[in-house]
Design a protein around this ligand. Structure first.
Ligand SMILES: *Cc1c(COP(=O)(O)O)cnc(C)c1O
Length: 649
């Protein structure tokens, strides 16, 4: 019976269910055999992600693994630049686009290298937000037409490094975020005799929306208010550095969901820009910061996980609004800088992990427990299960909850034995399951009954750590699209939440994207004893670098995938990065591998002397301990077959 419904399910239905076409931006889809495909360049050439996983496993790189599609990254850089070019042309705008990539969003060398290569013809530059980032940026920067924008808190050395770049002819712009920085820049410029290029970050009144809205407004951490802007300009004049003021900068926060916010911010900043030009400063650049969003849930709305505009619309609105304000003020238009990070890198990579176990609240006990003498509360629950009184669903649910609570109280008072308590709990879950099943077939559901689906959801235990690989989900509840990578021509019949392998109850994913709002479980396939792979998509921004070592689960394996030019749907893995080994992570918290091994050896030797272990056994125990040092931190475990099923009723 089951196989009949399963076989009538199609890959297209899965594509719709998981929303591939909505959030996938023409890159992700499902083929007719039920595998997830990626089209890195949206041009028909497709890579089956499971093929990549198989190849990675063959190279010794098991999941959890981050898969990067380098061509997709390149595609995004080209797309952003081309869309700005197009907007500039269409609007008859007399300035250029000079975007920079903020490397804090993903500093990995292969990522930054790819972006630099893709942005070469566009003079696409780099942004640094700290000294270590500036160290990278200065060395990688190769062409003086590319900008370097320096944000973040700055000490003297940071400023000296930026001026070193100026000495080499680079267009390094120091963006003043705090008034005190202007004094430091003036002083160090005088000391070194190097003329800086300076930008001012303005605190706009236009407020962002969504999770990262605190980057603007009066209480923002960064930026100068109107009086401070004027103060800064006076200081520059007094220091005879008026000619150094070249850029106005704002950043209203990441993942701005609403295009109206962007239009307003651009207009407000353009007014500042024009006034500064009218005051006689050379200017030349207007930097609109980051904030360009990613439609993680594919709903195309101003919900915080979405965005109600396209990149094309964004580019057009930025160009149009700057032009309008400048024309009204009769000020020549600036070159436009933007610092889009998330929008450039998020889509190019995904996290893949394996489910190895299903935890099912109701089925884990197998057969229904039959106590020797049934307590009245158990009999009542049985009656509810059979629904002898023909009660309505909601009433039955309330009665069941009440009886279950009664059973627990009786147990605590010593009036109910273990057998009866087990029976009561099992009956309760069976009633819930029955109610949920009935509810599926009917229309409107009161909230309590709708929540039953969540209450009844299984847990799929997955070999990864939320804290290492999806920190924004844990910290901010950020949603990512999640779907199995295969078996998509089978109907997903299990409602499940995903739990990770950390010893932390927060280590889970229990909120998922949905077209309307969010949902509390994911539809997944029953486990069948073979590896079951789940992909978390659009994870290329921020997640790679922010992860931590909770429970000492370290960096995951990583593969970098390129399209194979001469094969229609071929690919090759250019680079494989092996994840952290146990020795690596424990050394990070100040234990020396050798020291720990020496201590273990001493204990095993002592145990051998006391005859607790045989000498031969002792050698084996030490070998076991030592060899683990070189293993990965994640579980080395085979999938368990599907959870035990109750016989069909
Ligand atoms: C973080 C940051 C960015 C990148 O923002 P996205 O929303 O990822 O594009 C750009 N500029 C500044 C100043 C930032 O702090």
């Amino acid at each position: 019976m089951k196989s009949k419904t399963a076989s009538s399910w199609t890959a297209a239905q899965s594509e719709e269910l998981y929303g591939f076409k909505r959030w996938g931006a023409e890159h992700f889809g499902v083929d007719s055999e039920g595998f997830v495909n990626v089209q890195p360049c949206s041009d028909g050439r497709a890579i089956r992600i499971m093929d990549v996983i198989e190849e990675a496993v063959g190279m010794g790189l098991r999941a959890p693994v981050v898969v990067r599609f380098q061509d997709l990254l390149r595609h995004r850089v080209v797309q952003l630049n081309e869309l700005f070019r197009k907007a500039i042309k269409d609007e008859g705008y007399r300035g250029e686009y000079r975007g920079v990539f903020p490397i804090k969003v993903n500093q990995l060398r292969e990522v930054v290298d790819e972006i630099m290569a893709a942005g070469k013809d566009y003079h696409y530059g780099l942004e640094a937000g700290s000294k270590p980032e500036l160290m990278i940026v200065l060395a990688l920067h190769d062409n003086n037409n590319r900008l370097i924008v320096c944000n973040g808190y700055k000490d003297d050395d940071y400023i000296r490094l930026a001026l070193l770049g100026r000495k080499l002819g680079k267009k390094v712009i120091l963006v003043v975020e705090q008034l005190s920085e202007i004094d430091d820049i003036i002083r160090i410029s005088a000391e070194t005799g190097v003329k800086p290029m300076i930008g001012l970050r303005v605190k706009l009144q236009t407020r962002g929306e969504g999770k990262w809205a605190m980057s603007s407004g009066d209480n923002a951490k960064f930026g100068l208010n109107t009086a401070e802007i004027l103060f800064a300009t006076e200081k520059l004049k007094a220091a005879k550095l008026s000619q150094s003021l070249r850029l106005l900068h704002f950043h209203i926060g990441s993942q701005v969901p609403n295009i109206i916010t962007i239009k307003n911010a651009v207009t407000e900043a353009s007014r500042f820009y024009c006034q500064l030009v009218e005051m006689g400063f050379p200017m030349g650049y207007l930097d609109v910061g980051g904030g360009l969003g990613i439609d993680y849930d594919g709903s195309r709305t101003n919900f915080e996980s979405s965005m109600n505009y396209s990149v094309e619309e964004y580019a057009r609105d930025v160009v149009h609004n700057i032009k309008e304000v400048c024309e009204a003020s009769k000020v020549p238009v600036p070159d436009i800088v933007s610092e889009s990070g998330r929008a450039v890198v998020a889509p190019h990579s995904l996290l893949v992990f394996e489910v190895f176990e299903r935890i099912n609240k109701r089925e884990s006990l197998g057969q229904q427990h039959q106590p020797k003498e049934k307590h009245k509360v158990v009999q009542d629950l049985e009656a509810l299960l059979r629904n002898r009184q023909k009660l309505g669903r909601l009433e039955r649910y309330h009665d069941a909850v009440q009886r279950k609570e009664e059973a627990i109280s009786l147990f605590n008072l010593g009036y109910l034995d273990l057998g009866n308590r087990a029976a009561a709990e099992q009956l309760f879950w069976r009633i819930c399951e029955q109610l949920a099943k009935e509810a599926r077939d009917s229309g409107y559901q009161p909230e309590e009954l709708r929540d039953l689906h969540t209450l009844l959801a299984d847990q799929y235990v997955c070999n990864f750590s939320v804290f290492q690989s999806l920190l924004d989900h844990w910290a901010l509840g950020q949603l990512f699209p999640i779907a199995p990578l295969h078996r998509l021509n089978e109907k997903p019949t299990v409602n499940a939440v995903l739990v990770d392998i950390t010893c932390d109850s927060d280590g889970e994913i229990s909120t998922f994207i949905d077209l309307q709002d969010t949902k509390d479980y994911l539809n997944l396939h029953p486990l069948n004893g073979k590896p079951y792979y789940i992909g978390v998509f659009l994870t290329g921004a921020y997640q790679d670098i922010m992860g931590d070592l909770h429970n000492l689960f370290g960096r995951v394996n990583e593969v970098h995938v390129f399209l194979e030019p001469d094969e229609p749907n071929g690919f090759y893995i250019e680079e494989a990065l092996s994840g952290s080994r146990i020795a690596d992570v424990i050394e990070g918290v100040q234990y020396q591998q050798e020291e720990l091994c020496r201590r273990m050896k001493a204990q095993i030797d002592a145990a051998t002397r006391k005859d607790m272990v045989k000498p031969r056994e002792g050698v084996r125990l030490l070998e076991l301990y030592e060899s683990q040092m070189l293993n990965k931190t994640y579980l080395n475990i085979e999938p368990k077959s599907g959870s035990r099923r109750r016989p069909a009723r």
